[in-house]
Design a protein around this ligand. Structure first.
Ligand SMILES: NC(=O)c1ccc[n+]([C@@H]2O[C@H](COP(=O)([O-])OP(=O)(O)OC[C@H]3O[C@@H](n4cnc5c(N)ncnc54)[C@H](OP(=O)(O)O)[C@@H]3O)[C@@H](O)[C@H]2O)c1
Length: 290
Protein backbone atom coordinates (compact mmCIF):
# COMPACT_ATOMS: atom_id res chain seq x y z
CA UNK A 1 0.00 0.00 0.00
CA UNK A 2 1.23 3.54 -0.72
CA UNK A 3 1.99 6.10 2.00
CA UNK A 4 -1.57 7.30 1.59
CA UNK A 5 -3.28 4.19 2.94
CA UNK A 6 -6.63 2.82 1.87
CA UNK A 7 -8.82 5.48 3.48
CA UNK A 8 -7.26 8.28 1.48
CA UNK A 9 -7.28 6.43 -1.83
CA UNK A 10 -11.02 5.84 -1.65
CA UNK A 11 -12.10 9.42 -1.11
CA UNK A 12 -13.39 11.70 -3.87
CA UNK A 13 -12.70 15.42 -4.31
CA UNK A 14 -15.36 18.01 -4.99
CA UNK A 15 -15.18 20.54 -7.80
CA UNK A 16 -15.58 23.94 -6.10
CA UNK A 17 -13.23 26.70 -5.10
CA UNK A 18 -13.26 27.47 -1.40
CA UNK A 19 -9.96 29.36 -1.40
CA UNK A 20 -6.23 28.77 -1.44
CA UNK A 21 -4.51 26.97 1.44
CA UNK A 22 -0.81 26.66 2.23
CA UNK A 23 -0.12 23.48 4.22
CA UNK A 24 3.26 22.93 5.86
CA UNK A 25 4.48 19.42 6.67
CA UNK A 26 2.49 18.20 3.68
CA UNK A 27 4.98 15.61 2.43
CA UNK A 28 4.06 12.84 4.86
CA UNK A 29 2.27 11.89 8.08
CA UNK A 30 -0.76 13.84 9.26
CA UNK A 31 -0.14 16.59 6.67
CA UNK A 32 -1.33 14.22 3.93
CA UNK A 33 -4.69 13.87 5.68
CA UNK A 34 -5.02 17.62 6.24
CA UNK A 35 -4.31 18.33 2.54
CA UNK A 36 -6.79 15.65 1.50
CA UNK A 37 -9.56 17.11 3.69
CA UNK A 38 -8.94 20.64 2.41
CA UNK A 39 -8.96 19.41 -1.21
CA UNK A 40 -12.23 17.58 -0.54
CA UNK A 41 -13.68 20.90 0.65
CA UNK A 42 -12.64 22.69 -2.52
CA UNK A 43 -9.37 24.37 -1.55
CA UNK A 44 -6.56 24.86 -4.04
CA UNK A 45 -3.38 23.83 -2.30
CA UNK A 46 0.22 24.90 -1.95
CA UNK A 47 2.03 22.05 -0.24
CA UNK A 48 5.39 22.40 1.45
CA UNK A 49 7.97 20.20 3.18
CA UNK A 50 11.66 19.41 2.61
CA UNK A 51 11.46 16.10 0.72
CA UNK A 52 10.85 17.06 -2.91
CA UNK A 53 9.97 13.56 -4.12
CA UNK A 54 7.46 12.88 -1.30
CA UNK A 55 5.95 16.32 -1.75
CA UNK A 56 5.53 15.77 -5.49
CA UNK A 57 3.91 12.37 -4.84
CA UNK A 58 1.49 14.02 -2.39
CA UNK A 59 0.65 16.74 -4.94
CA UNK A 60 0.19 14.20 -7.74
CA UNK A 61 -2.16 12.10 -5.58
CA UNK A 62 -4.49 15.08 -5.17
CA UNK A 63 -4.05 16.39 -8.70
CA UNK A 64 -5.22 13.18 -10.38
CA UNK A 65 -8.36 13.47 -8.25
CA UNK A 66 -9.10 16.94 -9.59
CA UNK A 67 -7.46 19.28 -7.08
CA UNK A 68 -5.36 22.33 -8.01
CA UNK A 69 -2.05 21.68 -6.27
CA UNK A 70 1.45 23.13 -6.29
CA UNK A 71 4.43 21.68 -4.39
CA UNK A 72 7.04 24.11 -3.05
CA UNK A 73 9.91 22.50 -1.12
CA UNK A 74 11.30 24.55 1.81
CA UNK A 75 13.24 23.98 5.03
CA UNK A 76 11.39 25.75 7.84
CA UNK A 77 14.42 25.76 10.14
CA UNK A 78 16.10 28.21 7.73
CA UNK A 79 14.78 31.80 7.99
CA UNK A 80 15.67 32.69 4.38
CA UNK A 81 13.80 29.63 3.17
CA UNK A 82 10.62 30.77 5.01
CA UNK A 83 11.03 34.31 3.68
CA UNK A 84 11.27 32.99 0.11
CA UNK A 85 8.40 30.51 0.56
CA UNK A 86 5.71 33.05 1.55
CA UNK A 87 5.80 35.34 -1.54
CA UNK A 88 6.33 32.39 -3.90
CA UNK A 89 3.30 30.62 -2.40
CA UNK A 90 1.19 33.80 -2.75
CA UNK A 91 2.16 34.14 -6.41
CA UNK A 92 1.13 30.56 -7.32
CA UNK A 93 -2.65 31.16 -7.12
CA UNK A 94 -2.59 34.93 -6.53
CA UNK A 95 -3.26 34.70 -2.78
CA UNK A 96 -3.17 32.54 0.36
CA UNK A 97 -6.48 32.45 2.28
CA UNK A 98 -5.61 29.71 4.75
CA UNK A 99 -2.29 28.83 6.36
CA UNK A 100 -2.08 25.48 8.14
CA UNK A 101 1.07 25.37 10.28
CA UNK A 102 1.34 21.61 10.55
CA UNK A 103 5.08 20.89 10.09
CA UNK A 104 6.60 19.86 13.37
CA UNK A 105 8.18 17.11 15.32
CA UNK A 106 10.60 16.16 18.01
CA UNK A 107 13.59 13.79 18.22
CA UNK A 108 12.24 12.65 21.65
CA UNK A 109 15.52 12.58 23.56
CA UNK A 110 16.60 13.62 27.06
CA UNK A 111 16.73 17.44 27.38
CA UNK A 112 20.17 17.38 29.04
CA UNK A 113 21.59 15.02 26.40
CA UNK A 114 20.71 17.36 23.55
CA UNK A 115 22.89 20.29 22.53
CA UNK A 116 21.42 23.77 22.85
CA UNK A 117 21.44 24.03 19.05
CA UNK A 118 19.25 20.91 18.88
CA UNK A 119 16.78 22.43 21.34
CA UNK A 120 16.74 25.67 19.36
CA UNK A 121 16.03 23.77 16.14
CA UNK A 122 12.95 22.22 17.81
CA UNK A 123 11.70 25.68 18.81
CA UNK A 124 12.46 27.00 15.33
CA UNK A 125 10.45 24.30 13.54
CA UNK A 126 7.52 24.07 15.97
CA UNK A 127 7.06 27.70 17.05
CA UNK A 128 9.20 30.30 15.26
CA UNK A 129 8.47 29.03 11.73
CA UNK A 130 4.66 29.10 12.20
CA UNK A 131 4.89 32.63 13.66
CA UNK A 132 7.22 33.85 10.90
CA UNK A 133 5.07 32.42 8.10
CA UNK A 134 1.99 33.99 9.68
CA UNK A 135 3.79 37.33 9.96
CA UNK A 136 4.69 37.19 6.26
CA UNK A 137 1.23 36.15 5.02
CA UNK A 138 -0.91 38.29 7.35
CA UNK A 139 -0.54 41.59 5.38
CA UNK A 140 -1.99 40.02 2.22
CA UNK A 141 -4.86 38.47 4.21
CA UNK A 142 -5.63 41.79 5.91
CA UNK A 143 -5.54 43.62 2.58
CA UNK A 144 -8.13 41.21 1.16
CA UNK A 145 -10.07 41.14 4.47
CA UNK A 146 -10.01 37.37 4.45
CA UNK A 147 -7.77 34.78 6.07
CA UNK A 148 -7.49 31.94 8.55
CA UNK A 149 -4.43 30.56 10.35
CA UNK A 150 -4.66 27.05 11.77
CA UNK A 151 -1.85 26.01 14.10
CA UNK A 152 -1.34 22.32 14.88
CA UNK A 153 -0.40 21.93 18.55
CA UNK A 154 -0.10 19.01 20.95
CA UNK A 155 -1.15 17.99 24.45
CA UNK A 156 2.50 17.01 25.12
CA UNK A 157 2.90 19.80 27.69
CA UNK A 158 -0.46 19.14 29.37
CA UNK A 159 0.26 15.44 29.89
CA UNK A 160 3.95 16.03 30.66
CA UNK A 161 4.88 13.65 27.86
CA UNK A 162 8.40 12.36 28.63
CA UNK A 163 11.49 13.92 27.00
CA UNK A 164 9.64 16.64 25.09
CA UNK A 165 10.78 19.79 26.98
CA UNK A 166 11.48 22.07 23.99
CA UNK A 167 8.69 20.53 21.90
CA UNK A 168 6.10 20.95 24.68
CA UNK A 169 7.20 24.57 25.21
CA UNK A 170 6.82 25.27 21.48
CA UNK A 171 3.42 23.59 21.21
CA UNK A 172 2.04 25.42 24.27
CA UNK A 173 3.48 28.60 22.73
CA UNK A 174 1.37 27.98 19.64
CA UNK A 175 -1.78 27.88 21.78
CA UNK A 176 -1.09 31.33 23.24
CA UNK A 177 -0.04 32.70 19.84
CA UNK A 178 -3.29 31.47 18.23
CA UNK A 179 -5.51 32.95 20.94
CA UNK A 180 -3.97 36.43 20.76
CA UNK A 181 -3.82 36.46 16.96
CA UNK A 182 -7.49 35.49 16.80
CA UNK A 183 -8.46 38.21 19.23
CA UNK A 184 -6.45 40.92 17.46
CA UNK A 185 -7.47 40.32 13.82
CA UNK A 186 -10.89 38.66 13.71
CA UNK A 187 -12.60 42.05 13.40
CA UNK A 188 -10.57 42.61 10.22
CA UNK A 189 -11.53 39.31 8.57
CA UNK A 190 -8.54 37.22 9.65
CA UNK A 191 -9.10 34.53 12.25
CA UNK A 192 -6.95 31.91 13.92
CA UNK A 193 -7.55 28.49 15.43
CA UNK A 194 -5.45 25.97 17.24
CA UNK A 195 -5.96 22.24 16.79
CA UNK A 196 -4.47 20.42 19.78
CA UNK A 197 -3.63 16.79 19.09
CA UNK A 198 -3.49 13.83 21.44
CA UNK A 199 -1.91 10.58 20.20
CA UNK A 200 -2.67 9.97 16.52
CA UNK A 201 -2.68 6.54 14.88
CA UNK A 202 -2.44 5.42 11.19
CA UNK A 203 0.21 8.00 10.25
CA UNK A 204 2.77 10.38 11.68
CA UNK A 205 5.46 10.41 14.32
CA UNK A 206 3.53 8.57 17.07
CA UNK A 207 2.63 5.70 14.76
CA UNK A 208 6.26 5.49 13.50
CA UNK A 209 7.59 5.37 17.07
CA UNK A 210 5.12 2.61 17.96
CA UNK A 211 6.19 0.66 14.85
CA UNK A 212 9.86 1.17 15.79
CA UNK A 213 9.45 -0.50 19.18
CA UNK A 214 6.97 -3.04 17.86
CA UNK A 215 3.94 -1.95 19.87
CA UNK A 216 0.44 -1.69 18.47
CA UNK A 217 -1.15 1.76 18.79
CA UNK A 218 -4.29 1.08 20.82
CA UNK A 219 -7.62 2.14 19.29
CA UNK A 220 -8.64 3.37 22.73
CA UNK A 221 -6.93 6.61 23.75
CA UNK A 222 -5.77 7.46 20.21
CA UNK A 223 -7.46 9.19 17.26
CA UNK A 224 -7.22 8.31 13.56
CA UNK A 225 -5.18 10.65 11.35
CA UNK A 226 -8.21 11.59 9.26
CA UNK A 227 -9.81 13.11 12.40
CA UNK A 228 -7.13 15.82 12.19
CA UNK A 229 -8.10 16.66 8.59
CA UNK A 230 -11.73 16.96 9.66
CA UNK A 231 -10.76 19.13 12.66
CA UNK A 232 -8.78 21.54 10.46
CA UNK A 233 -11.74 22.00 8.08
CA UNK A 234 -14.14 22.45 11.03
CA UNK A 235 -11.79 25.01 12.61
CA UNK A 236 -11.91 27.10 9.41
CA UNK A 237 -15.54 26.64 8.38
CA UNK A 238 -17.01 26.99 11.90
CA UNK A 239 -14.32 29.48 12.96
CA UNK A 240 -13.51 27.55 16.16
CA UNK A 241 -10.94 28.96 18.58
CA UNK A 242 -9.67 25.56 19.66
CA UNK A 243 -10.36 21.96 18.75
CA UNK A 244 -8.84 19.17 20.82
CA UNK A 245 -8.41 15.90 18.94
CA UNK A 246 -8.71 13.33 21.71
CA UNK A 247 -11.17 10.47 21.94
CA UNK A 248 -14.16 11.39 24.12
CA UNK A 249 -14.74 14.92 25.40
CA UNK A 250 -11.33 16.29 24.36
CA UNK A 251 -11.62 19.87 25.60
CA UNK A 252 -12.98 18.71 28.94
CA UNK A 253 -10.03 16.31 29.36
CA UNK A 254 -7.58 19.10 28.50
CA UNK A 255 -9.31 21.49 30.91
CA UNK A 256 -9.17 18.87 33.69
CA UNK A 257 -5.46 18.35 33.06
CA UNK A 258 -4.95 22.12 33.42
CA UNK A 259 -6.94 22.17 36.67
CA UNK A 260 -5.10 19.14 38.06
CA UNK A 261 -1.52 19.27 36.72
CA UNK A 262 -0.61 15.84 38.11
CA UNK A 263 -3.43 14.17 36.21
CA UNK A 264 -1.75 14.13 32.77
CA UNK A 265 1.56 12.66 33.97
CA UNK A 266 -0.35 10.04 36.01
CA UNK A 267 -2.31 9.04 32.89
CA UNK A 268 0.99 8.78 31.02
CA UNK A 269 2.49 6.49 33.64
CA UNK A 270 -0.61 4.31 33.57
CA UNK A 271 -0.43 4.08 29.77
CA UNK A 272 3.25 3.10 30.00
CA UNK A 273 4.47 6.15 28.04
CA UNK A 274 7.52 6.76 30.24
CA UNK A 275 8.77 3.18 29.97
CA UNK A 276 8.11 3.13 26.22
CA UNK A 277 10.01 6.38 25.62
CA UNK A 278 13.00 5.12 27.62
CA UNK A 279 12.95 2.00 25.43
CA UNK A 280 12.83 4.17 22.29
CA UNK A 281 15.79 6.27 23.49
CA UNK A 282 17.84 3.15 24.31
CA UNK A 283 17.03 1.51 20.96
CA UNK A 284 18.07 4.65 19.07
CA UNK A 285 21.31 4.97 21.08
CA UNK A 286 22.19 1.36 20.31
CA UNK A 287 21.50 1.67 16.59
CA UNK A 288 23.48 4.96 16.44
CA UNK A 289 26.52 3.36 18.08
CA UNK A 290 26.54 0.42 15.61
N1 LIG B 1 1.64 12.11 15.34
C1 LIG B 1 1.13 12.47 16.50
O1 LIG B 1 0.69 11.61 17.29
C2 LIG B 1 1.08 13.93 16.90
C3 LIG B 1 0.59 14.26 18.19
C4 LIG B 1 0.55 15.60 18.55
C5 LIG B 1 0.93 16.60 17.66
N2 LIG B 1 1.40 16.25 16.42
C6 LIG B 1 1.80 17.33 15.52
O2 LIG B 1 1.21 17.10 14.24
C7 LIG B 1 2.02 17.68 13.22
C8 LIG B 1 2.31 16.64 12.15
O3 LIG B 1 3.06 15.60 12.76
P1 LIG B 1 3.27 14.16 12.10
O4 LIG B 1 3.08 13.19 13.19
O5 LIG B 1 2.54 14.04 10.85
O6 LIG B 1 4.85 14.24 11.82
P2 LIG B 1 5.71 13.59 10.64
O7 LIG B 1 5.09 12.37 10.10
O8 LIG B 1 7.09 13.49 11.21
O9 LIG B 1 5.68 14.72 9.52
C9 LIG B 1 6.27 15.96 9.78
C10 LIG B 1 6.11 16.85 8.57
O10 LIG B 1 6.84 18.08 8.85
C11 LIG B 1 7.80 18.28 7.81
N3 LIG B 1 9.03 18.84 8.34
C12 LIG B 1 9.82 18.33 9.31
N4 LIG B 1 10.92 19.10 9.47
C13 LIG B 1 10.81 20.10 8.56
C14 LIG B 1 11.64 21.22 8.24
N5 LIG B 1 12.80 21.45 8.85
N6 LIG B 1 11.22 22.05 7.25
C15 LIG B 1 10.05 21.83 6.60
N7 LIG B 1 9.22 20.80 6.87
C16 LIG B 1 9.61 19.95 7.84
C17 LIG B 1 8.05 16.88 7.24
O11 LIG B 1 8.45 16.93 5.89
P3 LIG B 1 9.95 16.73 5.38
O12 LIG B 1 10.59 15.68 6.19
O13 LIG B 1 9.74 16.41 3.94
O14 LIG B 1 10.57 18.07 5.57
C18 LIG B 1 6.69 16.24 7.32
O15 LIG B 1 5.91 16.60 6.21
C19 LIG B 1 3.29 18.18 13.92
O16 LIG B 1 3.18 19.55 14.18
C20 LIG B 1 3.29 17.39 15.23
O17 LIG B 1 3.99 18.06 16.24
C21 LIG B 1 1.49 14.94 16.02
Amino acid sequence: MSVWGARLQESKLVAKTAGVALVTGASRGIGLFISQSLAEHGYSLVLTGRSTSELKAAARHLEVRGANVVALPADLTVAESIDALAPTAEREFGRIDVLVNNAGGDPQREFDAMTWAENEAILQLNLIAPMRLTHLLLPGMLKRGRGHIVNISSIAGRVGFPYTEAYAAAKDGLIGFSRVLRNDYRGRGVSASVVVLGAIRDAGQGQRTADEVGIKMPGMGTSPANAVGKAVVAAIEKDRAEIVVLPGPGRLMKALMDLFPSMGPAMNQLAGANATMLKVIELRKRSASR
